[in-house]
Design a protein around this ligand. Structure first.
Ligand code: NAD
Ligand code: MN
Length: 775
């Protein structure tokens, strides 16, 4: 036998990790767990089993949290929240640091327990899940320490209800609990029903680390328990990780309740390989992209998009690599692919793959153990519209297609309702950095995949949800403005007076695509002064007008690709032209409101325009300090098309403030003018016309907010809806937003007190672009 033959035939011997410590811990709890509420475990009720999917063995029984349990947990969290916040950042930092240390000290126990309960390879839980969870607590210990100094205008939100998925049980817990605690919140967290055990071990760690009773509560159970948490009146903020379907349900269920919400949902992330890529590295990357955690990864590179010239070569290399993957006992340190979390999930994967009739299916020629295992699978030759190209499989199945040109690559990559992550492989830095910003995704990896760190934000766009976890941006979700703001006064139009309408047509037009537009239905409404003088008429926008305006705003998307410098120039120009007509606008405002605030309001508008112009080239990204050789760039990207219901009481500032922020960040907008006092907004488009604002960037509609709020909120091509209007509309807006999971922003308090920074935050999303360097 030659040496090379020996190498070829040599097999790995099993190298199992010991499970004795984990078993001892389970035995110590009598293999039955209650919930962890107010610092203690409740009585175990044995409602359901938590199993090891690799063997089918029952590990322990877990309790299904009831309404009473959730009530007790929320109450404990509420009671603990004030003192926890008052402990101060430095005090909380000590506790978070102790949690990080505890995770480190017990890292092997956490890793083995995670692998037992979830089925993921021990190499992954030991080298990825647990270290990243530790890192999250260290990082946020630092954030607690810095909060008072660096975020003086932010305060804790209160009690957070957090519901997570089963694919990274401990890591998702860390992503939820660490930032919440750092910012002075308390939590009620529900782990997923397949994987409760590391959350319960973490609960025990909380007691050891000196987390005060009630600050962390763990309520176990299924979706019903989840709903009891997300829909509980005593919860101030809901954070959810899971499927888009359940996320959408939670969006609707929490609409109008005033609860803050962040959603980390599903994905179908593209993995783009250009012909000049380092193909072997790209193949190796794919192993991490789609076979990491058996493909049960929200940001898995599950859609392979390969440039045509290299397709055959690349598929051949990939298949060879697939054949070499080792499936088996997750506790074996030599295993690449472990068990699927549960037979139910296995069946879902089977049904999806078996139901596919397109393309060619290649199944890795590796041994597949009996039980909850699924072989690495590649399906090539799929059309972009194929179900397996569009829907999340959440298993070790890669769907592949090809492209010719870079622009086609972007088109295919973005042809999905999701937008979580993307990978781009090319040895040409120009290609890679040209493609990255064009991808609809919250995270982009250049020549890499599945890189994570606490210092870099993670989260989606489109139907992958909203909100970020990690980085400074992740703290926004766990804080609110510190100064309480007075709710703005709702105004109504003045009643009709006696004056007859003159012979002139005084109906102010709407403004769509840079042109004046008559209302579709031809209905209009008279606007009267306080003294009963007829000031003019405005059209009443209907669905069709909204759709036209949204279409115009979409066509103007090129605005987002212009430079901050250019956008600043145009904002200054608007200010200049408004300033020239200051007296006229001031008088108009006074007529409309029947008050004397017109001059001050115009001055505030000028100030706002200058402030937005100032920020246009400064509200930019950062390079984040992540533990890789390379960069993680946190880029601010425009949210897209924003629909705004303008504040009633401020006829001009109600338009100009959100508009200035939208324009500065490269978004485009549909602005529905103050319902009671719309005529200052319709006058304003003359200012826009003379200020070089490209058509479609700003569109102005008039009419009843109640008539258009639903259309804007339901519209699949609107990325965000902001309402400064009647709070009664918030519920409808948030319900409609569930359709395409658009962002909503319905702040309390008037535009006058609103810091421009908050508008800019709402107008942008952070995209993290990872660029590792070669050795
Ligand atoms: P799931 O939505 O079925 O369940 C997630 C969690 O929600 C579980 O704890 C479940 O008990 C709970 N739940 C179910 N119904 C609920 C309801 N009506 N109200 C409140 N809670 C409810 O998802 P899953 O199957 O556990 O996880 C897989 C999904 O999670 C995939 O789509 C994946 O992409 C996504 N995911 C996303 C991220 C991310 O960060 N974006 C991370 C991990 C997983
Ligand atoms: Mn389990």
């Amino acid at each position: 036998m030659s040496v090379s033959e020996i190498f070829d035939t040599m097999d790995y011997g099993p190298a199992p990790e010991s499970l004795s410590e984990a078993m001892a811990w389970l035995d110590g709890h009598g293999r039955a767990f209650g919930c962890f509420i107010d610092g203690a475990f409740t009585k175990a009720r044995g409602d359901f089993e938590s199993r090891n999917p690799a063997t089918g063995d029952v590990l322990a029984t877990v309790t299904q949290g009831t309404a009473e349990d959730v009530e007790a947990a929320v109450k404990a969290a509420r009671k603990a929240q004030g003192p926890w916040a008052k402990l101060g950042g430095a005090g909380r930092a000590r506790v978070l640091y102790a949690l990080a240390r505890g995770l480190q000290k017990h890292s092997r126990l956490f890793a083995v327990l995670e692998t037992l309960d979830n089925g993921k390879p021990i190499r992954e839980s030991r080298d990825i899940d647990v270290p990243l969870a530790q890192r999250h607590f260290y990082y946020h210990a630092g954030m607690a320490q810095l909060m008072e100094e660096e975020l003086p205008d932010r305060a804790p939100v209160g009690v957070c209800g957090q519901v997570i998925s089963w694919n990274f049980p401990l890591l998702m817990l860390a992503w939820k609990i660490a930032p919440a605690l750092a910012m002075g919140n308390t939590v009620v967290l529900k782990p997923a029903e397949y994987t409760s055990l590391t959350a319960l071990l973490f609960a025990e760690l909380c007691s050891q680390a000196g987390v005060p009773d009630g600050v962390v509560n763990i309520v176990t159970g299924d979706g019903q328990t989840g709903a009891l948490i997300t829909e509980h009146d005593g919860i101030d903020k809901v954070a959810f990780t899971g499927s888009t379907e359940v996320g959408r349900h939670i969006r609707r269920a929490t609409a109008g309740t005033g609860k803050a919400l962040t959603l980390e949902l599903g994905g179908k992330s593209p993995y783009i390989v250009f012909e000049d890529a380092d193909l072997d590295s790209a193949v190796e990357g794919l192993v991490d992209a789609i076979w990491f955690n058996q493909g049960q990864v929200c940001c898995a590179g599950s859609r392979l998009i390969v440039q045509e010239g290299i397709t055959e070569d690349f598929y051949a290399r990939l298949k060879r690599r697939m054949d070499g993957l080792r499936l088996g006992d997750p506790l074996d340190k030599c295993i690449d692919v472990g068990a699927i979390v549960d037979p139910v999930q296995l069946e879902t994967i089977r049904a999806m793959v078996d139901g596919n009739t397109e393309g060619e299916t290649y199944v890795a020629a590796c041994a597949v153990p009996e039980g909850c295992f699924y072989p690495p699978t590649l399906i090539t030759g799929l059309s972009p519209a194929a179900q397996l190209m569009q829907d999340e499989i959440f298993g070790p199945v890669l769907a592949a297609t090809t492209f010719r040109t870079p622009s086609e690559a972007v088109q295919v990559a973005n042809n999905t309702r999701y937008g979580l992550a993307a990978s781009v492989w090319s040895e040409n830095i120009n290609t890679a950095l040209d493609i990255a910003p064009q991808l609809s995704a919250g995270v982009v990896w250049v020549n890499g995949t599945n890189m994570f760190d606490a210092a870099a934000g993670f989260g989606g766009v489109r139907e992958s949800g909203f909100g970020r976890e990690g980085g400074w941006e992740g703290l926004m979700a766990y804080t609110r403005p510190a100064k309480a703001r007075k709710a703005v006064k709702q105004v109504t139009a003045f009643p009709a007076g006696k004056a007859a309408l003159g012979t002139l047509d005084r109906t102010a037009k709407m403004y769509v695509g840079g042109k004046q537009a008559r209302p579709d239905a031809g209905y209009s409404q008279r606007i009267w002064s306080k003294q009963g003088k007829l000031l003019g008429e405005v059209g009443l926008a209907n669905r069709k007008d909204v759709r036209n305006a949204v279409e115009a705003a979409h066509k103007a998307a090129g605005w987002g690709k212009t430079t901050g410098h250019l956008r600043a120039q145009i904002l200054y120009y608007i200010a200049e032209n408004l300033s020239a007509r200051e007296a006229e606008f001031a008088a108009r405002i006074d007529d409309l409101t029947g008050a004397k605030g017109g001059k001050a309001e115009v001055v505030a508008c000028l100030d706002t325009l200058f402030s937005a112009a100032a920020w246009a080239d400064k509200f930019s990204g950062e390079a984040r300090s992540v533990p890789i050789r390379g960069l993680a760039l946190a880029l601010r990207e425009p949210t897209g098309v924003v629909g705004v219901l303008c504040e009633g009481a401020s006829p001009l500032l109600g338009l100009v403030k959100p508009m200035a922020g939208v324009m500065a960040m490269g978004c485009t907008g549909v602005f529905v003018a103050s319902e009671a006092f719309p005529l200052a907004a319709t006058d304003f488009y003359q200012v826009l016309d003379t200020s070089d604002v490209p058509g479609g960037v700003v569109n102005i509609l008039t009419g009843a907010h109640g008539d258009v709020a639903g259309t804007l909120a339901d519209h699949m091509d609107v990325e965000a809806v902001w309402s400064f209007s009647d709070p009664a509309l918030t519920k409808r807006i948030e319900e409609g937003a569930a359709g395409n999971l658009k962002r909503t922003w319905c702040p309390v308090g008037g535009v006058a007190d609103l810091p421009m920074r908050e508008v800019l935050e709402a107008a942008t999303e952070v995209k993290t672009v990872w660029v590792p360097y070669g050795a």
